[in-house]
Design a protein around this ligand. Sequence first.
Ligand code: IPD
Ligand code: CA
Ligand code: CA
Ligand code: CA
Length: 301
Amino acid sequence: MSEVTEFYNFALEVAHYGGNKIKEGYYSQTVSSNLQSKADPCDLVTQYDQEIEREAIKMIKDKFPSHRIIGEESDAAGEKWSLTDDPTWIIDPIDGTSNFVHRFPFVCISIGVFVKKKPVVGVVFNPILNELFTAQVGKGAYLNQKQRLPIFDPTSAVVKSPRDCMVISEFGGLRDSASLLPKSSSMYKFAVAAQEGGLGCRGIRCLGSAALDLCQLAQGSADVYWEAGPYIWDIAAALLILKESGGFAISSASPNMTLDQAHKFDFLARTVLAVRSLAPVPSDRPRSQQENIAADSHALD
Ligand code: IPD
Ligand code: CA
Ligand code: CA
Ligand code: CA
């Protein structure tokens, strides 16, 4: 068994543990016990977030003592993390904590594994809707380990032009995008247009989970995702799932950059602009060599 497959199998174990715990909390009366807010009153944390992360870390440490772990609740200040060449597990024990507390069913555990600073495994599990999104580098992305992503054909008649796009955006962790991006930048204009609904797209959605937002693109249910504010644990796993489904993502260190200039994804920039696959990759056949080259050359490399 390859090293990546070993990491993948274990990530599934951790995701199932976390998923069961999320489900238990979601349907129990204790979901709001120990409810606290962090730096921002909208950024909530519950005993479930803390307990799932603690146990996930313990499981990973027992199995892979030399691996590094970055987790949202162990890194509450948000800025302390750094990636090294060592195998590194990046965990968001509950992505969509507000949804969890309000019982809005877009809630998941997100686990990404990086080796030499590159993503090799991504697992995002929503136990409420029973949807497991997974990817291993170079092996495609899957829903519930059976259906290859994207499930829905990106070239279908539904989307013919940008006006037909379904856009996902979030109010996110950085509510004041002007503080992050110059007003003249394309990213800022996109954010304002998207949030005001003036983009000329078909619709704008806001699911409350960055990881599940990206998985909607990966499966072909939405076309564009933009957010200012996510941390590495919100998106690490789902970006690999998107990439393996043929999608693209850029961060915005230089705000006027276009898709053509997409560069190394910079998690510290805390901005994401992602689009679903531009060419169809039918789920019932492996990619051609050309498709693999195209997928390999995109922004996350
Ligand atoms: C948040 C969610 C939300 C996104 C924020 C994240 P949390 O994560 O993903 O959709 O807009 O940027 O911080 O706090 O629920 O794990
Ligand atoms: Ca949070
Ligand atoms: Ca999160
Ligand atoms: Ca979280």
